[in-house]
Design a protein around this ligand. Structure first.
Ligand code: LRH
Ligand code: MN
Length: 426
């Protein structure tokens, strides 16, 4: 199923004049404050988020999984779904694959298909948190941290195989997330586990092409519930420094203990030139992988405020990789992802409205009240007309969710794929 521009153009007609009125009103207001409205619209249009190949079907927990029907059953169908998201939102121009869930069989046709959908391949993800059928050695007692040298070698070889697969697709980065850890005190030596992990990551780093980046993702717990080798940003940062200048920390928003100040972590990593990228989602308690901006939208705005500052003032940090990492238990996966993309673009647009010079002056003057007024003034601005204009300029939908429903896309997918097709992934 592929959406064409005419279908989207037609679905936009009814809302165009209302959009124009709202955009002109907002642009006039912002113009009075000297805001570069066209500059913000361009920044939004250039902002592309990678969609995880493992989040296009129903997720699930150990307690159950409820299918959404018409799920993508193979890589080609997953790319078609990301193509639909990108056609509607014009901000989902990349897909992030997880290996071995998405190993291409015909690289040339997969590259052609990506081009047809306007997609590029973002970071590829390795998987040493599950044992695959026919695998020699188990990762039950760890992978890159394992006290068993053969198990470590197997895990290192898997990561280099993932790099080889990504390289044939044009990807330029590897994301390593390790479940490695313990569930009981005394179960394993913390120091040996960390040392083995560092040695293994250095071998993976050395085996990557010289224009590739390594993203090291941290997480405090789950599936282990007493310790995780790469538990926090500091450990990831330390390991990235041990590997080399093309190794960075990846921040998954759901991988923080309650009330952690993530925007401060982001600013620290950018200052040190070690922020590689993001897995955007939201959470109330743990690694809930909920819709971006659905629980803590202000926290997301504060993170983007640090990102905007960092992208303007920290040339030592590369342009971050933007990815979503979500899991869908109660929402149609594509509707959930559309809402996440909207929330990300709105947070970015609001952060671009922050008068950084005025904020810096208020900070220097210790005018705490004014600092908050400057931030919340931007946050309270309804930026949706700016996000819509960026989409319109690229041929996207004014209201992607409404278009998704009015064009009957889920029904079309069910008709094409049947009710019981199941997507590989989480
Ligand atoms: C771990 C994680 C990681 C992925 C997995 C699907 O919780 O965030 O990024 O490999 O989810
Ligand atoms: Mn993640």
């Amino acid at each position: 199923m592929q959406l064409n521009k005419d279908q989207i153009h037609t679905s936009n007609q009814a809302g165009l004049s209302r959009h124009a009125a709202r955009f002109d009103f907002l642009a006039a207001q912002l113009g009075e404050d000297g805001t570069d409205v066209e500059g913000i619209v361009k920044a939004l249009a250039d902002f592309q988020v990678a969609i995880p190949s493992w989040a296009l079907g129903a997720g699930g927990t150990r307690f159950g999984r409820f299918s959404f029907h018409g799920e993508p059953a193979n890589l080609e169908q997953k790319m078609a779904d990301v193509g639909i998201l990108h056609a509607l939102t014009q901000t989902a121009g990349a897909i992030s694959l997880h290996i071995p869930w998405d190993i291409p069989t015909d690289y040339a046709s997969i590259r052609q298909l990506a081009q047809a959908h306007g997609l590029v391949f973002d970071a590829v993800n390795s998987n040493t948190f599950q044992d695959q059928a026919g695998q020699d050695l188990s990762y039950r007692h760890g992978s890159l941290c394992s006290t068993d040298e053969a198990a470590r070698a197997q895990a290192i070889a898997h990561n280099l195989e993932v790099v080889r697969i990504g390289d044939q697709l044009g990807s330029k980065s590897l994301t390593v997330w390790l479940a490695d850890g313990t569930s009981f005190p005394g179960q394993r030596s913390f120091q040996r586990a960390l040392q083995n992990t560092e040695d293994s990551l250095r071998q993976i780093y050395a085996g990557m092409p010289k224009d590739w980046s390594l993203f090291i993702e941290y997480k405090p717990y789950e599936p282990n519930f007493y310790s995780t080798v790469i538990q926090d940003w500091g450990t990831s940062f330390m390991l990235a420094n041990a590997c080399g200048e093309r190794a960075y920390t990846l921040v998954d928003l759901g991988h923080h203990l309650p009330n952690c100040n993530i925007e401060q972590i982001v600013s620290t990593l950018m200052l040190k030139g070690k922020l590689g990228g993001f897995h955007f989602n939201d959470s109330k308690y743990g690694d809930d992988d909920l819709t971006v901006g659905s629980i803590k939208p202000y926290a997301l705005f504060l993170i983007f405020n640090e990102l905007v500052y960092g992208m303007r003032n920290n040339p030592q940090n590369p342009y971050p990789a933007w990815m979503i990492d979500a899991s869908h238990n109660v929402k149609d996966p594509l509707e959930d992802l559309i809402q996440s993309l909207e929330a990300i673009q709105e947070a970015y647009a609001k952060a671009l409205l922050v008068d950084q010079a005025a904020l810096a002056a208020a900070q220097d003057a210790h005018d705490v009240v004014l600092c908050q007024e400057i931030l919340q003034g931007a946050y309270r601005t309804d930026v949706r007309p700016l996000v819509q204009r960026a989409r319109l300029q690229l041929g996207g939908a004014l209201d992607p969710l409404a278009a998704y429903r009015s064009l009957g896309i889920r029904q079309g997918l069910v008709a094409a794929r049947g009710k019981h097709s199941v997507a590989s992934g989480l």
